[in-house]
Design a protein around this ligand. Structure first.
Ligand SMILES: [Zn+2]
Length: 168
């Protein structure tokens, strides 16, 4: 148990371990992706040396994925009120239905140049329902109890219908 662990509650320690584990996974994925790209990219010019290049690039690629992820998550888990590290987490999320708006759109797709509809314009008629939801995310600090809410609006498209018709 390190000196830092002694100051953190078990909840904060587990949140920190979760953040580090997630950041490690992101780092490994970025390193794998970079390795795969280099593997194919260098295949023609450096068939043998590419192993060396890839091994040299892996630690950097890992850090490029791991470090920003860990830093960003740690910053968002730090309490703005009391400064406790790894203390803030999402405690509630609520969605409230706001509105359902019918929408329609007509667009010209092209023109028929032969057949029974020759000379007519092909028009696409689309209609859908635009649903809006109010999203309220509550984040709470486990050290001082500070609670903050973030409001946002989520828009969803449903009941989408598309119909193509010919028109003079
Ligand atoms: Zn706090």
């Amino acid at each position: 148990m390190s000196a830092e662990d002694a100051q953190l509650s078990p909840e904060q320690v587990s949140r920190r371990n979760g953040i580090h584990a997630f950041a490690t996974v992101v780092g490994v994925l970025v390193a794998l992706a970079a390795g795969a790209v280099l593997w194919f990219w260098l295949a023609a010019d450096y068939p043998v040396m590419r192993y060396v290049f890839i091994v040299a690039a892996l630690p950097t690629a890992y850090l490029l994925g791991q470090w920003p992820t860990a830093t960003w998550l740690a910053a968002s888990a730090r309490c703005a009120a009391c400064g406790a590290d790894y203390a803030v987490s999402e405690t509630d999320k609520q969605e409230t239905f706001l509105s359902a708006t019918p929408r329609r759109r007509e667009s010209v797709v092209g023109k028929s140049i032969s057949g029974p509809n020759e000379g007519k314009t092909l028009v696409r008629k689309e209609s859908w329902t635009e649903e809006r939801y109010q999203v309220v995310v509550t984040r709470t600090c486990s050290a001082c109890g500070d609670m903050r809410q973030k409001h946002s609006v989520r828009t969803v498209t449903t009941n989408k219908v598309s119909d193509d018709i010919y028109r003079r």
